[in-house]
Ligand binder design. Structure first.
Ligand code: SAH
Length: 334
């Protein structure tokens, strides 16, 4: 199945891989997700929030290397006011001559916050539903519900974000049928992007002793998703490197077409530990060349200077245009 998924991916996207640079700008979090290394109750974490200049400079380093798609990710806490975060979004675009796509991954926020970020220039949003089993969801996310997670995801789509979601393979307390349920739920949502990966135990969390998710299962999930949603942007996630040597490249052979180099400066990155990470070369000097070389061993090449809009997003915009409905704004109009 992985071979068929790789074949379909090559048919749709060629051998180019979209590059999406990630900046983990704050590890301050108000949530207490059982499995997450930066959960609120983990007193062992040294908390940080990158200031505006630090964020801009991390983005700049990627831009200079040819990255045209960025993700700003953080825990879930109001570390910036909505206003000041909007100013940062605008500054990122200005600094990059409006030639980039900007994805946020900052968790559940109100509709009006999502709206304001969108109007300021955030084009895309990533938020996993983590598990489609409401019982497992509640066990892992104290005070939260699967229902509100999905409500937020639907809101993002309605506003016009290119929307990405996914789940955590091997999430603590998972039940035997959950893998199928997660896949069905994901496919039914028709996300424009998918980001899903294995659970990797994080020290000092209640889930530290749970077994990690299976690497093979992740590859199986990627293949199934590629076959069901041929044109989705499917990311090969960092957590795969914690489970297998060259895990992120191996996933490119199972249907993934997006690679996410980490642009977070080293001092902050070592404090953004969602799980036990293996060291990675991203963001050290010369990483673009190393990436090219390593990826070529898997028959693929990074697509520099491309924002990599999801073809599924373009299809949605065409559908809206054909139906005559006038959305408040679509990504292509802004
Ligand atoms: N706070 C934001 C994004 C930050 S966390 C949000 O809620 O969306 C990003 C992702 O890291 C989460 O969606 C989760 O699936 C993943 N993650 C957290 N802890 C993990 C762990 N121990 N192993 C693997 N992935 C983990």
């Amino acid at each position: 199945m992985t071979a068929a998924a790789e074949q379909l991916c090559l048919q749709n996207f060629g051998n180019g891989v979209f590059i999406r640079g990630i900046v983990e700008f704050s590890n301050v979090c108000g949530c207490d997700c059982l499995y997450c290394g930066i959960r609120k109750s983990n007193r062992g974490v040294s908390r940080y929030t990158m200031n505006r200049e630090e964020i801009l400079s991390a983005v700049r380093s990627g831009y200079e290397a040819g990255v045209r798609s960025f993700v700003l990710q953080s825990g879930e806490a109001p570390v910036y006011t909505v206003d000041s975060f909007c100013r940062i979004i605008e500054a990122v675009h200005r600094q990059c001559s409006n030639e980039i796509a900007l994805t946020l991954s900052v968790g559940e926020r109100s509709r009006s916050e999502y709206r304001r970020f969108f109007d300021a220039g955030a084009d895309r949003f990533l938020m996993r539903f983590e598990t489609a089993n409401p019982r497992v969801y509640a066990l892992n996310h104290p005070g939260r519900s699967l229902e509100s997670r999905f409500e937020a995801l639907h809101t993002l789509k309605e506003i016009g974000y290119e929307t990405g979601t996914g789940f955590l393979i091997g999430i603590p307390h998972e039940e035997p049928d959950d893998f199928e349920l997660n896949l069905e739920t994901l496919i039914a949502f028709r996300p424009h992007m998918v980001g899903l990966g294995p659970f990797v135990p994080a020290p000092q969390t209640p889930a530290a002793a749970f077994p990690p998710g299976s690497f093979e299962k992740v590859l199986q999930a990627y293949s199934r998703i590629r076959l069901a949603l041929p044109k989705v942007n499917l990311a090969s996630v960092t957590a795969l490197d914690s489970l297998a040597a060259q895990g992120r490249y191996k996933a490119l052979r199972a249907g993934a077409n997006v690679y996410m180099p980490n642009l977070t400066p080293a001092d902050f990155r070592k404090r953004y530990r969602l799980y036990e990470k293996k060291s990675s070369v991203d963001a050290f000097s010369g990483w673009p060349q190393i990436l090219e070389k390593e990826m070529s061993g898997f028959g693929r090449r990074p697509l520099w200077n491309e924002i990599g809009t999801s073809p599924m997003m373009n299809e949605d915009i065409e559908k809206i245009n054909r139906s005559g409905i006038s959305p408040s704004a679509t990504a292509s109009e802004r």
